[in-house]
Design a protein around this ligand. Structure first.
Ligand SMILES: [Zn+2]
Length: 321
């Protein structure tokens, strides 16, 4: 761990990381010291110092300082471990993105070759082939990915590192429906199960950026059926918790209204989770409303049981702050 950390910081010097993010020093001090505006808060006079030799920063404006990991923690609002994963993912990105792209394409092809997979989607209320295509949904039958990617020239090591095969060389995904998750157009993860070092909780980003109200759901099938029914302002938390980056994403633009359409289960766990989340959203300056679904239903099961867009619209209209 300690060693990994040192290697990471050597491979990606702090100054280089900052410059990749368009930080420009205003002037250069003695012994590789650089000064510029602090990226962590608004300011007009430069008080952010970077010592390239020591690989450290310090800001006299906000009094914060440290190494690359610390900077990522502060600027991305991530924990130490998440920052590490974020940086590792970033460094692996160019290769892994292509690899994940080819994996997703392979699994998309498999979907149409396996009747049981299509059957399963239909059973969960997903029937629209155009939407299935648009979401890039695929099927991993298991046992064939390794061979396929090896034939494309990928090494055992790279497939293992990306989490696509086990140490024994077996495919990681067996009989799973997979949803690729994109960020800035690039696949950063495959859901079904999380692959590689990507964060476990990511929104399906960008899709809802332009909507003033957003429907937030727990699962990817909830998302898929709502999109199918025309509710394109739906996004997915993949769980009932939001990470700080997700919260920040929802809060931009500010003042947005978030409809929480979570499970309504008998033991009230879903309702409690929604309430907690509603409070979290409200304290972040967003308006939150709880969507009352019929007892025992989540959006996916509701639509699979025959609900229509009009039925769901009624639920939205009944949503309470
Ligand atoms: Zn500062």
């Amino acid at each position: 761990m300690e060693e990994d950390l040192e290697r990471l910081k050597q491979r990606l010097p702090l100054l280089e990381y900052l410059q990749q993010r368009h930080w420009t020093p205003c002037r250069t001090g003695p012994s590789q010291e650089f000064v510029g505006l602090c990226p962590l808060h608004p300011e007009t006079r430069p008080s952010f110092y970077v010592n390239a030799r020591k690989n450290l920063f310090y800001c006299h404006g906000c009094g914060r300082g440290g190494d690359l990991i610390r900077f990522v923690e502060l600027s991305q609002h991530l924990s130490f471990r998440q920052s590490l994963a974020y940086l590792q993912q970033r460094m692996a990105a160019p290769n892994d993105a292509r690899l994940l792209e080819q994996t997703a394409a392979f699994y998309q092809l498999q979907l149409h070759r396996h009747g049981e997979a299509i059957q399963y989607l239909v059973g969960r209320g997903l029937r629209d082939p155009a939407l299935i295509e648009e979401l890039g949904i695929g099927y991993a039958p298991g046992g064939s990915l390794h061979r396929h990617l090896a034939a494309l020239g990928y090494s055992f090591e790279s497939l293992w590192r990306a989490g696509l095969i086990s140490r024994q060389g077996h495919d990681r995904f067996w009989r799973r429906i997979l949803f690729p998750c994109r960020e800035h157009g690039q696949i950063v993860n495959l859901y079904g199960r999380s692959v590689g070092n990507a964060f476990p909780h990511q929104l399906l980003p960008e899709t809802v950026r332009h909507f003033s109200s957003v429907i937030l759901v727990e699962g990817l099938f909830d998302l898929a059926v709502l999109w199918q029914a025309g509710f394109r302002n739906t996004t997915c938390a993949i769980g009932t918790h939001l990470t700080p980056p997700q919260l920040a994403q929802l809060g931009d633009p500010p003042g947005r209204c978030v409809y929480l359409a979570f499970d309504h289960d008998a033991n009230q766990a879903g309702q409690r989770a929604s309430l907690q989340l509603a409070r979290q959203l409200q304290s972040a300056g967003l308006a939150a409303r709880l969507v009352p679904l019929p007892p025992g239903h989540d959006p996916n099961s509701y639509f699979a049981a025959g609900a229509t867009a009009a039925d769901f619209t009624l639920c939205l209209e009944r949503a309470q702050p």
